[in-house]
Design a protein around this ligand. Sequence first.
Ligand code: NCD
Length: 304
Amino acid sequence: MRHLMSPLDFSVEELDQLFDLASDIEHTPEKYAHTCEGKILATCFYEPSTRTRLSFESAMTRLGGKVIGFADANSSSAAKGESVSDTIRVVSCYADICAMRHPKEGAPMVAATKSLIPVINAGDGGHQHPTQTLTDLMTIRSLNGKLGDFTIGLCGDLKFGRTVHSLINALVRYEGIRFVFISPQELRVPDYITDMLCEKGIPYTEEIRLETVMPDLDLLYMTRVQKERFFNEEDYVRLKDFYILDKAKLSLAKENMLVLHPLPRVNEISVDVDEDPRAAYFKQAQYGVYVRMALILTLLGLAK
Ligand code: NCD
């Protein structure tokens, strides 16, 4: 039995197979409409989510399966003091696969050790968000044409953003990638990540002003300042609008640069950017469904 805790749980070859499957699902969805009939996905979400939970539910439903679950810790037995280990043992009796989001780093991993069914980490605290990373990689592969040989700017909350940490982890396995980290001092990418890049000899630079580096980028990954991970409101208020990507700033970018964002967006991308052909974030959300469909099939052993 296989779980997904980190994007590194799959080899680069396995990821290629997963993206090929997701792409086949995108182009011939009818072939897959009944592949999960009789199967149940449990979504155990101890933290707010729109995209991740609904895209999992949409994915399972589009495969012909059913979905059970909770969207908020207060409506589960966690509110009565039940441990994640006990909850997953019980969920294992009710469902065939589980997607779990938790504010505590490592909670889905603890669940996986006690689970009788595959567990997917749907985001654990500020740590990892592997299915968002699969979505990001699939989007880059589909819209950029290849995974490798590009300069990617990651902008915003690089300290608390789990999507950022997961994506960097996954990208270091591809050739020819240069990272540009754009953040205020307080929200710098953690040292363990820059240490890892140094060790592997992967080029990166750090910058505060987005405008300075914009012309160099092939991809720009914008992120929200993660309000829920701040210790005090004052710091959040000071930093929340540090970056706002608008038409004027985007005019400095390459004509074919892609703008990605895991969403939800707050103010960091102005709505007038949505009409620009380089804005790929809603398309990215669509890829999130295909990739989760492919993942469910793979973990259930139903992928051909
Ligand atoms: C992200 C998350 O939950 O980490 N959202 C998502 O799953 N698409 C990003 C965020 O909340 O900023």
